[in-house]
Ligand binder design. Structure first.
Ligand code: SF4
Ligand code: SF4
Length: 269
């Protein structure tokens, strides 16, 4: 499927199924970048794979702002349903065209209790999306996109169709403002030598276990506060409100400037 028409048809289908961003990575990119052990390469997971199609959908800032809350939790659940469904449908579409295709499910873990002990999945959608040109990896370990910053959820379709890959984005989108580090409720990030922070994934996973028990999972603060993304033009960015949230709410849990977020946190979880 090297002809541009075939690729455009896949993009159209993916968008019809609900994807907002679509990118293509040839499996050579995993060999080229060598950023993870080889068993995590898609061509070693499903050996027929020649191309990974990365699909992304957005997270709405106003709902994410209320985290931890049932409102954000349900948004997360909604994106989960959509991601697996669109990837499933796209794999079926490719099958009908005569190509082998499967999808790697969006999360890749059974329960948060597993992540606490083993905070990694068998395949990284973040790296797949980077190699497919959707964005760059930021300080907070998430994929940053021009369109939505890190406020995207990802899934991947693996196929034997040989499709012209999209260019990898060379310019880093992360400006290393470290707002994500300052606002993280578990202080999971510490700066190292590279742009990407050292991350204590166990601390993050433990906190998610607590949130899940209280029906207000996941956390998402490190993607909520990130200033990158055109979605900020639509919804704005109040850095001071993000930075001061923890301190002000500790002093006054009913602080009027957070009344809208507090209201939504008080119900349903
Ligand atoms: S909040 Fe700042 S440091 Fe963190 S990922 Fe976004 S741009 Fe990078
Ligand atoms: S999800 Fe929450 S706890 Fe985990 S790193 Fe991001 S801000 Fe910190």
């Amino acid at each position: 499927m090297k002809a541009n028409g075939g690729k455009q048809q896949i993009v159209r289908k993916a968008k019809q199924y609900g994807a907002e961003l679509v990118g293509f990575a040839s499996v050579d990119r995993w060999e080229e970048y060598k950023e993870m052990p080889e068993p995590f390469f898609p061509q070693n997971i499903f050996p027929f794979t020649r191309t990974v199609i990365a699909l992304a959908i957005p997270i709405f800032i106003p709902m994410l702002n209320t985290t931890p809350s049932i409102v954000y939790s349900e948004l997360y659940n909604t994106t989960n349903r959509l991601l697996d469904e669109m990837a499933y449908k796209l794999a079926v579409f490719l099958n009908t065209k005569g190509y082998r295709a499967v999808f790697f499910p969006r999360d890749g873990y059974g329960d948060i209790s597993v992540l606490v002990k083993k905070p990694e999945a068998a395949f990284s959608h973040v790296f797949a999306a980077k190699y497919a040109g959707l964005g760059t990896i930021g300080y907070n370990h998430t994929l940053l996109t021009k369109e939505f910053g890190p406020r995207v959820r990802l899934v991947s379709v693996l196929t034997d169709a040989e499709i012209t890959p999209d260019p990898v984005q060379e310019k880093e989108l992360c400006i290393k403002c470290e707002l994500c580090k300052k606002c993280c409720p578990t202080s999971a990030f510490t700066s190292g030598n590279s742009l990407i922070a050292n991350m204590n994934k166990y601390k993050c996973a433990e906190y998610h276990k607590y949130l899940k028990e209280h029906h207000r999972y996941p956390c998402g603060v490190c993607i909520k506060v990130c200033p990158i993304g055109n979605d900020r033009k639509l919804y704005g960015s109040d850095t001071r409100k993000y930075l001061k949230e923890k301190e002000i709410l500790q002093q006054n849990p009913d602080a009027p400037e957070y009344a809208d977020w507090i209201h939504l946190r008080n119900f349903g979880s």
